[in-house]
Ligand binder design. Structure first.
Ligand code: GLC
Length: 353
């Protein structure tokens, strides 16, 4: 993960956890998007999220280790650019005590909490995403209780929070967390959360790394206030060329995405299936990550990004771009400038307000 290491940037305000509600109840405005008129299947949705992942920050083994420290000002910058949501990937699992209570470290929790408050106060939906809990993927039987204990603590703390804080219970369930095991565990996590927080929107990832093609294997215990999410990085050999965490990906360097009829068809078909599933099951779907590595050809990145965002919107699929200011980035945390062309591909100027 060497390319992820940049310099440590900005400090946090370490506030006590209970100093939280201040200002969060301010009204929240959803932005209007261009209505879709195309004859494509539509997802079941009242959601219209255009979001961005502020990743490689709190999801690193230690905050700052992958080069991104979150300056609260970023949330205003993100809102100003026309986004209405941020996803905050957080590696809670690296910051707990031992069993059976797995108490989340109070300084770490205060740091996360402070950023959640800043995001909400900037008028954004904040998706709190439990990210990189690799142990539960490798040894689910040994780590399930830890996942449940973390969500019990988190949902107690935020039960009185405004509705625009959402929970995402586990990023990219995979490996030994097989379909049946994930369905069982997700239901248990939801039930733990619901004991503390009856109404919060809960996001559930499809199995096999939030694969769009495994959405239909999910069996959810309830429909109310649930959202299903998938991640979209196809063609993987294009979006992940030269990614130092993907073995063999250097041989993909130079791959481009032209947007041929065939290339588009693959994406359209998969999004259609997700939309149809959503409509049939009356559960909204969210493309919670999609993006391209900076090493890829720039013109191809712009074409792919614009195509994905518009095709998702046509189908009422909300989206969250991966990611803000590291390796798939849209913004430079060094120069504090957006990549305006890529940003325009995501949020065309005439639709941002
Ligand atoms: C997943 C991984 C994250 C990675 C991203 C793109 O979210 O958890 O670490 O950067 O996908 O590969």
């Amino acid at each position: 993960m060497n390319t992820r290491r940049k310099r440590f940037r900005i400090g946090f305000l370490f506030l006590p956890i209970l100093f939280m509600l201040n200002g969060c109840l301010a009204g929240f405005e959803m932005e209007e998007f261009v209505p879709n008129t195309m004859d494509v299947p539509k997802a079941y949705s009242e959601l219209s999220i255009r979001g961005i992942n502020v990743g490689n920050a709190l999801d690193a083994p230690e905050p700052g280790q992958w080069g991104v420290m979150i300056d609260p000002e970023y949330f205003h910058v993100i809102k100003q650019a026309g986004f209405n949501a941020v996803r905050l990937p957080v590696r809670f699992s690296a910051h707990t005590g031992g069993n059976p209570s797995y108490i989340i470290d109070k300084d770490f929790f205060a740091m996360v909490n402070d950023l959640i408050n800043h995001g909400l106060n900037a008028g954004l939906i904040v998706i709190l995403d439990l990210h990189h809990f690799d142990e539960v993927m490798n040894e689910p039987i040994d780590y399930e209780e830890k996942l449940l204990a973390m969500w019990d603590q988190i949902s107690r703390v935020y039960s009185a929070y405004p509705d625009n804080l959402y929970y995402e219970i586990l990023n990219e369930p995979s490996r030994e967390l097989t379909r049946d095991r994930w369905n069982d565990l997700a239901a248990r996590v939801i039930s733990v959360i619901r004991k503390n927080d009856t109404h919060r929107k809960i996001i559930v990832d499809s199995v096999d790394f939030s694969n769009i093609n495994t959405i239909q294997t999910l069996t959810l215990p309830e429909k109310r206030n649930l959202i299903v999410t998938f991640h979209y990085y196809e063609p993987f050999e294009f979006t992940h060329q030269g990614a130092d965490w993907v073995r063999g990906s250097n041989q993909w360097l130079g791959n481009i995405w032209i947007g041929t009829a065939e290339e588009k068809k693959q994406i359209e078909n998969e999004l259609n299936q997700a939309a149809e599933w959503s409509n049939r099951n009356q559960i909204p779907v969210l493309m919670g990550e999609f993006g391209t590595i900076e090493k890829a050809d720039r013109a191809s990145r712009i074409r792919w990004t614009e195509f994905l965002a518009r095709e998702a919107e046509k189908r009422q699929i909300s989206w969250v771009y991966w990611q803000f200011c590291s390796n798939f980035s849209l913004y430079s945390c060094d120069t504090r400038k957006w990549d305006e062309t890529l940003l325009g591909a995501l949020i065309p100027k005439n639709t941002s307000k």
